[in-house]
Design a protein around this ligand. Structure first.
Ligand SMILES: [Zn+2]
Length: 68
């Protein structure tokens, strides 16, 4: 399980995104924002997924403007 904190410049609440790789190789995402609870995905997950693809594998804190 990996965890990333997505911080915001526009004053929105920082959100924590969790990434878990299942034994079958599938990756499961979770976020603590209301959008994720409603839609099962959100912009924070997209930001972290993009950062991961860009090679940022040890993620602790990610600026939400970097990968928007
Ligand atoms: Zn979110």
């Amino acid at each position: 399980m990996q965890r990333a904190l997505v911080v915001s410049h526009s004053g929105q609440t920082p959100r924590t995104v969790y990434m878990r790789q299942r034994p079958d190789g599938q990756v499961e995402w979770q976020c603590d924002c209301p959008g994720f609870a409603y839609k099962d995905t959100c912009r924070h997950i997209k930001i972290v997924a993009d950062a991961t693809r860009a090679g940022l594998l040890t993620m602790e804190q990610i600026d939400d403007h970097l990968y928007d």
